[in-house]
Design a protein around this ligand. Structure first.
Ligand code: GLN
Length: 366
């Protein structure tokens, strides 16, 4: 095998989920919802199977490209449908950078960013976020990280794992930096509808000529295993990015694309995302209050379904085995800088009962 096979190591998310099943632990590690997808999505899929079953164009089923464009105020020609947000990010890595190039990212980071940059031959350059009583972007450090080799900034908003959301000033300064150094921005916005304060800024609106937005039906519609995601490209670039993904999955599952096309306008019209925010907000509060009641420091998320906290130093694998709760250790999100001591990430896209039980177990264990 090629030496790049070292990148095939099991991801921390799969690893913790596997341990959780093995030890009967409550899984607040990997971020996937306990709830089933909404009935309107499931019904649309049942109708699509048997009618939309063959290949779609690699760029996506036309009606889904239109639905995504309509939802996000983009042009349908600029939409590429992918097999989830992960393939979207991979297609962008392959399209935008290669050997000798650098990609600047924030730390803590979402794990797929690193292997994807390396598979493309590029080097990730990490800029640590500042942790005070909240997570902040260190703009001067971001600027210092940019070199002549930098091709792109890879950012997430709302951010996984911190749950933070860029302020308008942060977003504007990031975009100004990208303009000044002529960089692409890959903006991973898969949690775009999941926020607890004002709606997150969409970077594309500030710089449509250089921002690639990544989105996910799995995250929005509680169907992470369906693998339907999308990219909105700067004008004119979608056919080329789609041309890269045709060599991997060729196209995404056709009936599921049709189902998502039908579901996106329904979700918007019927206030599905507002309900989601309300229900996630309750679960966030439950987890946050429970952890605080144990005297632990938590960092209130403004979006996503993740919460970071500082725990007395413990080994995540021992916690799954002996404490019956799976979480993601903070070190999994750091490559070049040390993780803050005791940092962990909790996913709260689980049922209230699961969260309550996890809190009880944690209290007993700590
Ligand atoms: N996005 C999810 C998380 O951060 C899971 C991603 C994955 O397992 N690839 O937990």
């Amino acid at each position: 095998l090629h030496p790049r096979i070292q990148l095939s190591k099991e991801s921390i998310f799969s690893h913790m989920s596997r341990l959780a099943v093995q030890h009967g632990a409550i899984n607040l590690g990997q971020g996937f919802p306990s709830n089933p997808p909404p009935a309107f999505l499931q019904e649309a899929a049942r109708r699509a199977i048997g009618t939309v079953d063959q290949y779609t164009p690699p760029i996506g089923l036309p009606r889904l490209r239109e639905a995504v464009a309509e939802d996000l105020g983009a042009a349908p020609e600029d939409v590429v449908i992918t097999a989830g947000g992960t393939e979207a990010l991979h297609a962008l890595a392959e399209s935008l950078y290669g050997p000798g190039d650098e990609v600047v990212m924030l730390e803590p980071y979402f794990d797929v960013y690193i292997p994807q940059a390396r598979i493309a031959g590029a080097e990730p350059v990490m800029v640590p976020m500042r942790l005070t009583d909240r997570w902040e972007v260190d703009l001067p450090a971001l600027e210092r990280a940019i070199t002549v080799r930098t091709q792109a900034l890879l950012l997430t908003n709302p951010y996984n794992p911190t749950g933070s959301v860029f302020s308008r000033t942060e977003a504007e300064q990031i975009v100004a930096l990208a303009r000044q150094h002529d960089l692409w921005i890959i903006s991973d916005e898969v949690y775009d509808e999941l926020y607890f304060g004002p709606p997150p800024i969409r970077l594309r609106e500030l710089a449509p000529e250089r921002v690639f937005t990544v989105g996910s039906a799995g995250k929005r519609l509680e169907a992470t295993g369906w693998r339907i995601g999308w990219i909105i490209t700067p004008p004119g670039l979608a056919p080329q990015v789609a041309g890269m993904r045709q060599w991997s999955s060729f196209c995404s599952a056709a009936p599921l694309q049709a189902a998502v096309a039908e579901a996106l306008p329904i979700a918007r019209r019927e206030g599905f995302y507002a309900q989601l925010r309300e229900s996630y907000g309750r679960r966030k509060d439950l987890l946050e209050q429970g952890l605080r009641a144990m005297g632990l420091q938590t960092f209130a998320p403004a979006g996503s379904y993740f919460l970071t906290a500082l725990l007395p130093e413990l080994d995540a694998e021992t916690l799954v085995r002996e404490g019956g709760v799976a979480i993601i250790p903070g070190s999994a999100f750091y490559l070049q800088n040390p993780a803050p001591r005791g940092l962990v990430r909790f996913a709260f896209c689980k049922t209230e009962a699961e969260i309550e039980q996890a809190l009880e177990r944690l209290e007993g264990y700590l």
